[in-house]
Design a protein around this ligand. Structure first.
Ligand code: GAL
Length: 695
């Protein structure tokens, strides 16, 4: 066929191949996110060859649209393709990747519609298109298929299915060109690492970002907030940063980005008082400009044809717009000590965000703007903090491919606890972070279960903007809530090292079991039985592993949900031990557990070493050196390389960090002994205490 394109694959970086197809487009997702490749880390990964049969990849451009076809093998599973909330394996699904809030169904409309998938066969594919693309992830069957499905007669064959076997991923890009990337593994994790490293790896949060955060009710004044901080002190509850919701602004929806002088008469003093308490402030905003803002007349000509809530929609692809925002935000926030932002509503609901017929002064289409807007705002604000050599850690409701290096965590208004965990699992495939934030609960049981999983996520947060909840809202479980928040604080050295591995090696800090090498390949598709009412076409029934995950290399987290007294946990190969008791729990098997209400089930692999510190309410301050305890699990020797630095600046980029390697060996008498690190960590005491958890 005439439209068929021959493909030129270029190995741009080790194990990463790129093909530019057809016309170069004005925007791409990776460009918008603006990451810089980490070549030296890519060089550390195994040397590989192109992971697919090149001859099976087909590209056509027909009437201004690009058609892509990529091969699939029998039994192969596909992960990623956006921040999904209910499903993990995407094979057999159709996704229209479209920036949006999550509307209750995994159909591609989500807060991070990332067009990247990683295969269980150990490779990844990115379609770097800033359009609403449709991915048929193994659904269509082509007449020219080399592996056609078996012909079956529904009259006589009980195994007939309306989804016959498909041997291809097909993608429709509504543009006359695009860029395609293929990432080698050899493992799924290594494919994800390469994808993240292409974009600079993960962001290394400031240490305070890993502490606890409370977002206060919308109309709280500066006095109310200072009282809130004092009550955290009184309750001896961890608190590193406070989230200030819309009421800090003189007007919101649309926004002025200027302080409300009745509720916040002295913002500079307010921030200084917070700083005295060791607490940083994070400000809520959406980027739509109110006519009442002094920024309004300045940006008027640099905004789109349509408004959002009567606010102007800035064209952030223009350097001039970004400069005006920078001036306004620096003066009003950064220069007086604001620690970061929560960037809301950049995902959109179709009925209030700009429509696809909107136009922008840069000539960027409304569709492209929708897909990249979240990335543009993240990059712009991240750059301001980088310039002043101060790390930030914030929240955003829209993101896309290539944003792992940006300091933002995704959240939303949806609230199903189980689906929140599935989103956490799925975030690891696509280079984004997600928080299962806690807002309110019907029962004390739900409250503690939600708090436990929030404390085992990238951001331990209560978002009380509407409900005014506090950690101690349910007195029956207040102690248990404090216990899990304290445990998170104790795990700070482990967590920080885990995030450093995201930055340095591209390894997602919270990751799906499907990315664990020792996780045996599960056969998770089951043939559905005919049921004329609920399953008339005998569609496959999925058994996704979506309610357990890894925090770093060593800890498996199996959260509990309200109403459930027991659950199953799938343990990967190797022996696994209970985090709290050190007892052996199983090996490459499915176990049934009945954990108490006050504990989130945690398991450590054999030989795992977990560095911990005594309970502290906040991340360490300048010059503090804390004692370290190293907990060893199981019978195997092990090693742990602890990463450390000043926890707040970018000086680590200039080599100001420490890597301290601790190890456990068996001595000639057969006893396990711990070895000191040669290089002492920057903010911990050189003498460590060893605890051998498994007796
Ligand atoms: C929502 C956001 C909430 C809260 C609220 C304030 O859109 O998702 O977390 O910030 O706005 O108006």
């Amino acid at each position: 066929m005439k439209a068929q394109k021959s493909i030129v694959w270029k190995e741009s970086y080790p194990g990463i191949w790129k093909a530019d197809i057809g016309q170069k487009q004005k925007h791409s997702l990776l460009q918008a996110a603006g990451g810089k490749v980490n070549l030296s880390a890519l060089n550390q990964l195994p040397k590989t060859v192109f992971p697919l049969d090149k001859g099976t990849i087909e590209i056509k451009i027909i009437q201004g649209k690009t058609y892509l076809k990529l091969p699939l093998q029998q039994g192969e599973q596909l992960f990623g393709l956006g921040l999904n909330f209910q499903t993990v394996n995407q094979r057999g699904r159709i996704l229209n990747l479209h920036m949006d809030h999550f509307g209750g169904k995994d159909n591609g409309r989500t807060h991070a519609p990332v067009p990247f998938y990683v295969s269980s066969k150990g490779y990844g594919v990115l379609i770097d298109a800033a359009q609403y693309i449709t991915v048929y992830a193994g659904t269509g069957v082509r007449v020219d298929s080399k592996n056609p499905p078996e012909l079956q007669d529904r009259n006589t064959n009980k195994k007939w299915s309306a989804q016959p076997y498909s041997d291809a991923v097909e993608v429709l890009v509504p543009a006359n060109g695009t860029s395609l990337y293929v990432f080698a593994g050899p493992s799924p994790m290594q494919a994800v690492q390469r994808y993240n490293l292409l974009n600079g790896g993960g962001y290394l949060p400031p240490k305070w970002g890993l502490g606890f955060t409370q977002r206060v009710p919308t109309l709280y004044s500066q006095e109310d907030i200072l009282k809130e901080v004092a009550s955290f002190e009184e309750h001896d509850f961890p608190l590193d940063f406070i989230g200030v919701e819309p009421g800090w602004q003189s007007m919101s929806y649309p926004c002025t980005f200027e302080w409300d002088t009745t509720r916040f008469p002295t913002p500079k003093l307010f921030l200084a008082k917070l700083a005295e308490k060791g607490v940083s402030a994070n400000l809520w905003l959406n980027p739509y400009v109110s006519p009442k803002s002094s920024l309004y007349p300045l940006v008027k000509n640099l905004t789109g044809s349509h408004t959002v809530w009567n606010g102007l929609v800035p064209d952030f692809t223009l350097a001039q717009t970004r400069q005006l925002y920078k001036n306004h935000f620096k003066k009003n926030h950064l220069d007086i000590g604001v620690g970061g932002y929560k960037i809301d509503e950049v995902d959109g609901y179709d009925n209030w965000v700009w429509p696809d017929v909107a136009t922008f002064p840069s000539g960027t289409s409304a569709e492209e703007m929708r897909q990249i807007y979240g990335s543009l705002v993240q990059k712009m604000t991240a750059d301001w903090y980088k310039e002043i050599n101060k790390r930030t850690y914030g929240l955003v409701r829209a993101s896309n491919a290539g944003s792992s290096h940006l300091p933002y965590i995704i959240y939303n208004d949806y609230y199903n606890h189980k689906d929140f965990i599935t989103a956490l699992v799925n975030s690891s495939f696509i280079g984004v972070l997600w928080t299962p934030e806690v807002r309110a609960s019907k029962t004390a049981e739900e409250w503690i279960r939600r708090m436990q999983s929030a404390c085992f996520s990238p951001m331990a947060m209560i978002n009380a903007w509407a409900d005014g909840t506090k950690p101690w809202t349910f007195p029956e479980v207040a102690e248990a809530v404090k216990e899990v928040a304290n445990l998170r604080m104790q795990l700070l050295p482990y967590l920080y090292t885990t995030f450093a591995a995201y930055y340095r090696e591209g390894k997602p800090p919270f990751r799906a079991m499907q990315l664990v090498d020792e996780f045996s390949d599960q056969n998770i598709q089951e043939r559905g039985l005919l049921d004329a009412t609920t399953n008339p076409y005998q569609m496959a029934i999925r058994k996704d592993i979506k309610d357990q995950y890894m925090m770093g290399d060593e800890i498996l987290v199996a959260p509990m949900f309200a109403g459930e007294k027991s659950r199953q946990v799938i343990l990967p190969k190797g022996k696994w031990y209970d985090f709290y008791s050190g007892e052996f729990v199983g090996e490459n098997q499915l176990i049934q557990i009945e954990p108490p209400l006050e504990k989130i089930p945690l398991f450590v692999r054999d030989g795992g070493i977990i560095p911990m510190v005594p309970v502290h309410r906040q991340a360490p301050k300048q010059g503090e050196r804390w004692p370290l305890t190293l907990q060893h699990y199981g019978q195997n020797p092990g090693a742990f390389t602890l990463y450390d630095d000043d926890g707040k600046s970018f000086d680590y980029e200039k080599g100001k960090f420490t890597l301290s390697k601790y190890s456990v060996q068996r001595n000639p008498q057969g006893k396990l002994v711990g070895n000191q690190a040669i290089q002492a960590p920057m903010s911990y005491l050189p003498e460590v205490r060893w605890v051998f958890m498994t007796k």
